[in-house]
Design a binder for this molecule. Sequence first.
Ligand SMILES: *Cc1c(COP(=O)(O)O)cnc(C)c1O
Length: 364
Amino acid sequence: MTAPRLEIHLDKIYHNARELVTRLAKHRISITGVTKATLGSVEIADTLIRAGVSSLGDSRIENIKALRLSQNNKLHNHYLQKDMAMMLIRSPMLSQVQQVVKYANISCNTEMEVIKHLSLEACQQKRLHQILLMVELGDLREGIMPEDIIDTVRDVLKLPNIRFKGIGSNLACRSGVSPSATNMATLSALAERIEKEFDLTIDMVSGGNSANLEWALQNKTNDRGRINNLRLGEAILLGRETLHRKAIDGLHTDAITLVAEVIESKQKPSQATGEIAQTAFGETTATIDRGMVNQAILAIGRQDIDPDGLQASAGIDILDASSDHLIVESFKTTLRVGEELRFQLNYSALLRAMTSPFVSEVYI
Ligand SMILES: *Cc1c(COP(=O)(O)O)cnc(C)c1O
């Protein structure tokens, strides 16, 4: 089989998504299944829908477009329906509003300038586009400052062919701010203020991403306030919450594995010889002399994975990586040329592997 490759166990991804859908449904929280780490994989999107997510989310309109167009391909899937709700979870670029209106039904927004253009474009295309306004709750990535939200909603409500879908927040991304009872209560309170001010019912209050699961699934209290949606990627794909990267009870953490092939295997000194300057990636490495070791090179590199995000199986240590070489040490056996090694990936390694044209995906 071709290497390097990602082996993707759709049954495990289905199980993870189904479990989270069920557990969160008890708190009346729906899931937007986030496909951005999978480069908008049709197989995975299809699996998420089968497992009961209420919509799909992606940060790149190109991925959403690809998913939309795949809906015409009956052979590929039958769950990805034509009217499936797809949410662009990154604020649209002004230069892409046309595609956003055409392919996504909902987008997350923080700039009136963009929303006005979405409205113009929606009028032109005779479509309705829904807007989720993102609120800044302290993590300092995207979001409207809470004190500006009422004015923004007022402006959004005036725009033709635009529907105000609700509000959302995103935490634990830039600054690692944890979703908590406090900031989630702030979001709920904002939702209620908006409803009162404009005499409307908000459809969606999207609390955040996989980092929100600890808060959402806690047993301490039953009160999830007005939060009725989470946008989940990593928790479904890798089976971990993202605040401490702990495995989520009952979920698979090995739904996706990376397989790479050995292209050199030799006994080599553990310490380099000669005067030591920078490596190819500008680092300097210090090694201790441990005598001769079993060193092997795998045909995969930084162009395809984040070496810090890989976990090898027992008896194998990852030593270094350059653009296209991953260097490992084997403690027990000498590896054979042509032999395949398997690795677990974290989100960063998965993202890069999915994006690399040199890594194929094999669905199992
Ligand atoms: C990436 C992203 C998500 C999903 O995050 P996970 O940690 O994969 O669950 C949700 N919302 C936004 C805005 C994102 O950018």
